[in-house]
Design a binder for this molecule. Structure first.
Ligand SMILES: [Zn+2]
Length: 255
């Protein structure tokens, strides 16, 4: 076989270089585990399901994000506060804690469903943002940077209220078009009902449409039974195999 001419070699080299460049330009596929409803109070202790997922993150050298309902810290459980401090990513742990409201309440007013950040006044919403971030910082020494509304419900007051806490720079499942924060949107689900994970349902959704490069996967791990936890670990293993990289919201936006 004749040795290829120099032009051909140069051409091959260029092709390799082009492939390398485009590989570097392809944005990484990122998954964020958005796990809601953590409480850490004297009465509403950290649910074992959160500890199990935090242990999973340690064992798998992965990261997770836990949304805390901050009113629970009004009467904090000392062990739970120590657990939060130990696991906070700011302290070298593997958990990003984020603000999931002050009281997570929902009720009816004149037959209309109202919740903490939907249908309530600007003053009340502002107070809930401020009180939540203050109590979390005071209790744990960690600053919250991410918000996700209870029930993912909010209204026109919410963005204005959040302006009172400029440290909140990321909004999960937030208002599209919000210019002051990075909004991370919803795409596909792993829970078929609140607190019930289904690997099979997730696989169907994943295969039915090409997911975007960012998957923000919501779950309620405090409610998971063994089957839900196992299905979560199977989904995580599948995504890792498919080349998805797990990050916190802060890591995703580069903070
Ligand atoms: Zn919730």
């Amino acid at each position: 076989m004749r040795f290829p001419c120099k032009t051909l070699l140069a051409g091959l080299g260029l092709a390799v270089l082009t492939v390398m460049l485009s590989a570097a330009e392809v944005p990484a596929k990122v998954v964020i585990w958005k796990l809601d409803d953590l409480t850490a109070g004297e009465k509403r202790r950290v649910a074992p399901g959160f500890k199990r997922v935090a242990d999973w993150a340690d064992q798998n050298k992965s990261v997770v994000t836990f949304g805390i309902i901050c009113e629970s810290l009004s009467k904090p459980g000392a062990d739970d506060v120590a657990w939060i401090k130990q696991h906070a990513i700011e302290n070298g742990g593997r958990v990003e804690f984020w603000l999931h409201g002050w009281d997570h309440k929902a009720w009816e007013e004149n037959g209309v469903r109202v919740s903490e950040f939907k249908g309530t006044s600007l003053e009340q919403q502002t107070k809930h943002f401020k009180d939540s971030c203050e109590i979390f910082a005071k209790t744990t020494g960690v600053t919250l940077h991410v918000f996700g509304a209870p029930y993912n419900q909010f209204d026109a007051n919410t963005a204005a209220a959040m302006d009172a806490v400029p440290e909140l720079t990321i909004w999960m499942y937030g208002a599209k078009g919000d210019k002051k924060r990075t909004v991370l949107t919803h795409s596909i689900d792993m829970e078929i009902a609140t607190g019930k994970v289904s690997y099979d349902a997730f696989m169907k959704a994943y295969q039915a449409k090409v997911p975007p490069a960012l998957l923000v996967m919501q779950g309620h791990c405090g409610m998971w039974d063994d089957k839900s936890f196992t299905d979560f670990t199977k989904i995580a293993a599948f995504l890792a195999q498919e080349g998805w990289v797990t990050k916190t919201c802060g890591q995703f936006v580069g903070k």
